[in-house]
Write a protein that binds this ligand. Structure first.
Ligand code: MG
Ligand code: ZN
Length: 372
């Protein structure tokens, strides 16, 4: 049945009739053509899902033109677009956007892994854990922030950081790397959740160098709140992603890893194009490293996208290759434009076309043959 579901996903995408993907996974019992069946036999063992928060097409383009006209995404031959809108709001926030990816359902802005009725929805990361895969999350913000939070936590509002931290501490995610220490240790309920995690077998540290791929469970918490900007000394995303991959590669059944370039969004909010570009180039280097792994490994599907665009960013006349971007911004908030999706590895074909952000969940679930 799982194979058939995936056939349907591919078939739907090929026909452009993919509206069904916005709802529950298709349960159609038709068969498809040989070509499509061949693609199905090509399931990945692992997925690395990479989110550049606030990374619209202009953000990517600006970084590319300031990087000698090169960007790692060009290595992905399968490209699509997703419709980023939230339920009840054309302009999504990162919580509703990430919940669409993690749970396959559009919800209200601010929702962390819950539906319109504020009920918890099982995430792809939880389904992966239940199926015996190992999991990880690496981010350049607090690990309790909306994007990573939506993959393991279930809370009514994104600002419920201490509740989100408790959900993370209760989960069994093998690799956690990011900021957000205060939400684990300086809490209203006075619990020390990092101590609790140590008791559960986590290697908890504030230095990436203190852990290796041989540690069973890893929590590297690099800041009390958010790690600094790339331009102000943060320099771990690539190494942390490589470490997560090295650890999770030991999993017999495969893995699901989330990697977030969190602060591209913050450059957009600040209307600072230099901030956007330096964060995006940091993410770009990490994408290269991840694709290098996937190229050698051959069992890993890499999907790279954003939750939304931020700033209504444009590259205006007067901009010069490698010299300067003349920016324009329409807002300090997010915008509703469609968002590119880049895919690499087994199953990548399913990500071509135009579809809802929720379809990304269904495609990844089908690729890993996971049950909700
Ligand atoms: Mg984010
Ligand atoms: Zn934002």
């Amino acid at each position: 049945m799982k194979h058939i579901c995936f056939i349907f996903v591919l078939f739907s995408v090929a026909c452009g009739g993919n509206k069904e993907l916005t709802h529950s996974p298709p349960t159609v019992t038709t068969t498809s053509t040989t070509t499509i069946t061949e693609t199905i036999t090509n399931h990945p063992k692992n997925i690395i899902f990479m989110v550049g928060d606030g990374m619209g097409l202009s953000q990517i383009t600006a970084a590319m033109y300031m990087n000698d006209n090169k960007i790692a995404f060009e290595r992905c031959k399968h490209v699509g677009l997703h419709k980023s809108h939230a339920r009840g709001n054309l302009v999504t926030d990162s919580a509703a956007g990430a919940t669409a990816f993690s749970c396959g359902e559009k919800t209200y802005n601010g929702a962390i892994g819950v539906n319109m009725e504020k009920q918890p929805m099982k995430t792809i990361l939880e389904s992966a854990e239940d199926a015996g895969l190992e999991t990880g999350m690496v981010a350049t913000c607090g690990i309790t922030h909306a994007t990573p939070g939506s993959f393991v936590a279930h809370q009514e509002q994104r600002k419920m950081y201490e509740e989100i931290a408790a959900d993370i501490a209760n989960a069994e995610v093998e690799v956690l790397i990011g900021g957000g220490r205060d939400h684990f240790t300086k809490r209203v309920d006075e619990q020390d959740l990092l101590q609790k995690m140590k008791d559960k077998g986590y290697e908890v540290t504030n230095e990436l160098q203190q852990v290796t791929a041989n540690n069973d469970k890893i929590a590297v918490i690099l800041a009390d709140e958010h790690p600094p900007k790339k331009s102000e000394g943060r320099d771990y995303l690539k190494d942390a992603s490589n470490l997560a991959i090295a650890r999770l590669s030991k999993s017999e059944k495969g893995f699901f890893l989330l990697v977030e370039g969190s602060q591209i969004d913050w450059g957009g909010h600040a209307n600072e194009h230099d901030y956007i570009i330096s964060e995006l180039l940091d993410f770009n280097e990490t994408v290269h490293a991840v694709l290098d792994f996937a190229e050698t490994n051959q069992e890993t599907l890499v999907v790279i996208t954003a939750d939304h665009e931020t700033g209504g960013f444009a590259i205006n006349p007067g901009s010069k290759m490698n010299k300067k971007i003349v920016p324009g911004f329409t807002t300090g908030q997010h915008t509703a434009s469609m968002i590119p999706v880049f895919a690499f590895g087994p199953g990548a074909e399913a990500f071509m076309g135009i579809y809802e952000n929720t379809a990304i969940y269904h495609k990844m679930m089908a690729a890993l043959q996971l049950e909700k």
